[in-house]
Design a protein. Structure first.
Length: 226
């Protein structure tokens, strides 16, 4: 499973450098920055990147999270656990993350880091497939984004590489999601169509479906569409 790191609007060059360094430590080969607010190749960024400098120099700057995470399962990181509308945020624990990604046949995952100062908005979190919060002390929950990244990448690196090979691939799931979306869009009585589709996607993403199960659901929705 390939891992990419996506940093949203970083403000401080020091953190940019540390992100590149930590990503290099764990063999990450793709680094993305969404609308950075500092020079990602500034003097301090390069200095703190150490041996991650080449990764920093090859980083891709994007205009949106959607663009940066295309073709991967996006995992939003946040210090705040949103208790309201939990199904829309698909919260997951660090211990569950690797197993869920691998059993879903994920070939690529994007770890989405929020802003140094304000993190990710609820709207940005809702664009991602999973929401990950790290358990810390109750009095001070917010980790530096580079520290959080190190913990997450360490957890992903420790996961076995041969889990659940028979589960449905991401492409199979995406085809099913498109079929379901077409069905929902044809239903006049459903008001929040996007919300319904998003919940469906997230429920199935953590359901560990087999290829056969996805095929059966796809057949049902195809018939319904006709």
């Amino acid at each position: 499973m390939k891992v990419r790191v996506v940093s949203v609007q970083p403000l401080y060059q020091v953190n940019v450098g540390y992100i590149a360094r930590i990503a290099a430590n764990f063999g990450v080969t793709k680094l993305y920055f969404v609308r950075p607010r500092c020079r990602i190749l500034g003097k301090k960024a390069i200095m703190y990147s150490k041996h991650g400098r080449s990764l920093l120099e090859s980083a891709i700057v994007c205009g949106s999270i959607k663009e940066a995470t295309a073709g991967s399962i996006a995992v939003a990181t946040t210090a705040e656990k949103h208790k309201g509308s939990m199904s829309f945020f698909n919260s997951i624990g660090l211990g569950e993350l690797s197993a869920s990604l691998r059993s879903n046949g994920a070939s690529a995952v994007s770890v989405v880091l929020g802003r140094d100062d304000t993190g990710l908005t609820k709207e940005e979190i809702s664009e991602c497939d999973y929401t990950l919060s790290l358990d810390t002390g109750r009095s001070y929950k917010t980790l530096n984004i580079s520290h959080a990244l190190a913990i997450i990448l360490y957890s992903l690196a420790r996961a076995p590489s041969d889990e659940m090979a028979k589960h449905a691939s991401q492409k199979e799931l995406e085809r099913l999601f498109l079929l379901f979306g077409s069905v929902v869009n044809s239903m006049g009585h459903v008001r929040n169509k996007k919300g319904v589709v998003r919940v469906f996607e997230r429920v199935l993403s953590r359901a560990n479906l087999s290829s056969e199960e996805v095929a059966a659901l796809s057949a049902a929705f195809s018939k319904n569409k006709k």
